[in-house]
Design a protein around this ligand. Structure first.
Ligand SMILES: Cc1cc2nc3c(=O)[nH]c(=O)nc-3n(C[C@H](O)[C@H](O)[C@H](O)COP(=O)(O)O)c2cc1C
Ligand SMILES: C=C(O[C@@H]1CC(C(=O)O)=C[C@@H](OP(=O)(O)O)[C@H]1O)C(=O)O
Length: 388
């Protein structure tokens, strides 16, 4: 399975094409819209989310509620486009019109300056429009299809916010995927602990008041993953490596961890390795999950536990020092309408990216033309590995 996304943040619409989905996955627009709504919410979002009501149109690859095996095309309209039609028009315009909403004072930490240098853009808005996290709408839409597919294969995904600006709430390894989902879903910041949630909200409020922004850590947990997705036999087949790339590709994500992650540097081997036990009912399993479900780049049958760190949002209402690209004079960076913290929204994006990578690995390993045949294939494999 592969996919592309296209579209500018304030252009008419966003598009995605997904190729390589099996025929016969049950799918409705409601499945996708549910995930799109989750991504739009979350404490700390700015004014743009009050304008948009993201809803998908499926324009190919689905008929009578099931995928056809042909490419699936998704479209989400930007409701804000009506306010940007002059700025974002396709046809050539005169010099006066070119200056409207032109961006000449790049924001440190955003893609503005480097993108401008690289593509030789005179107006840094040409960079902003595509580097904006508006694009993650389509990743979440694609993730929704993958989530639907995985659910049918008894693979369950949940995400939650672990930390916002130093306010952190650990969760026990014993918490199940459905418990995490239920608790996170009831929280404005997607935190499973109501006490920590309040502290996180206070942190976001205080930061916003200062004209500042804040980052955090999100965690994605996937249960029911069969043993042996990915492979140790070639560097680029390691599934933890592919997931790492997918997570760090999310706008503003700077790092990724599996299981105990960076904490492993401070622990003894005896505290990190997950001991192996066996029973007739469960086959091989582990007494802990410190390695986050991966050994040798392969899933080991324990839940996949992935964390991603998001930096604070680059656009500050108290802007930082920058340079005007016309005059080269020092200036304060441009202030664009912005979120103050998008960690809860980014958590939904991280869920989508991890889901997509697991779905891809399933499609690589099992029958992938017919979904009904795929289900039988996965079931056979599960039985087979249980008897190893
Ligand atoms: C859900 C989400 C919302 C975001 N909202 C904003 C925003 O309102 N303003 C902003 O400057 N950056 C925002 N960002 C981050 C920028 O898109 C990101 O920092 C920028 O594209 C540069 O990429 P990099 O940080 O990965 O280097 C958001 C990121 C995500 C995931
Ligand atoms: C539009 C979304 O996020 C946007 C991501 C973003 C950025 O610079 O990344 C900047 C803001 O957009 P605007 O400039 O229109 O206010 C965010 O709202 C979205 O998540 O759908």
């Amino acid at each position: 399975m592969r996919f592309f996304t296209a579209g500018e943040s304030h252009g008419p619409e966003l598009t995605a094409i997904i190729d390589g989905l099996p025929a016969g996955i049950p799918l409705s627009t409601g499945d996708i819209n549910h995930e799109l709504k989750r991504r739009q919410g979350g404490y700390g979002r700015g004014g743009r989310m009050l304008i948009e009501t993201d809803t998908v149109e499926i324009t190919s690859g689905v008929r009578h509620g099931k995928t056809l095996g042909s490419p699936v095309t998704l479209v989400v309209k930007n409701d804000d486009f009506k306010n940007w039609e002059t700025v974002m028009g396709i046809e050539p315009v005169d010099d006066r019109a070119k200056k409207i909403r032109r961006l000449a004072k790049p924001r440190p930490g955003h893609a503005d300056l480097v993108g401008g240098i690289k593509y030789e853009h005179d107006d840094l808005r040409n960079v902003l429009e595509r580097s904006s996290a508006r694009e993650t709408t389509m990743r979440v839409a694609i993730g929704a299809i993958c989530k639907k597919m995985l659910k049918e294969l008894s693979i369950d995904v949940a995400g939650h916010v672990l930390e916002i600006g130093g306010v952190r709430g650990e969760i026990p390894q014993s918490m199940t995927v459905s418990e995490i989902r239920e608790k996170a879903e009831n929280s404005a910041v997607r935190c499973v602990d109501p006490l920590i949630e309040e502290a996180m909200k206070e942190k976001i409020d205080a930061t916003k008041k200062e004209g500042n922004t804040i980052g955090g850590v999100v965690e994605v947990v996937v249960g029911g993953v069969p043993v042996g997705l990915g492979s140790y036999t070639q560097w680029d087949q390691k599934l933890d490596g592919k997931i790492a790339q997918a997570v760090v590709s999310i706008n503003a994500f700077k790092g990724v961890e599996f299981g105990v992650g960076f904490e492993a540097a401070r622990l003894y081997g005896s505290e990190v390795m997950d001991e192996i036990v066996w029973s007739k009912e469960t086959g091989y399993t582990r007494t802990s999950n410190n390695l986050g479900g991966f050994e040798g780049g392969m899933t080991n049958g324990m839940p996949v536990v992935v964390r991603g760190v998001m930096k604070p949002i680059p656009t500050l209402y108290k802007p930082l020092q920058s340079v005007n690209i016309d005059t080269k004079e020092p200036y304060k960076a441009s202030v664009e309408r912005s979120d103050s913290s998008a960690v809860p929204a980014a958590c939904v994006v991280a869920e989508a990216m991890v889901t997509i990578e697991i779905a891809k690995a399933m499609l690589d390993k099992f029958e992938s033309d017919s979904f009904e045949r795929m289900k039988r294939d996965v079931e056979r494999y599960r039985q087979d590995t249980l008897n190893f």
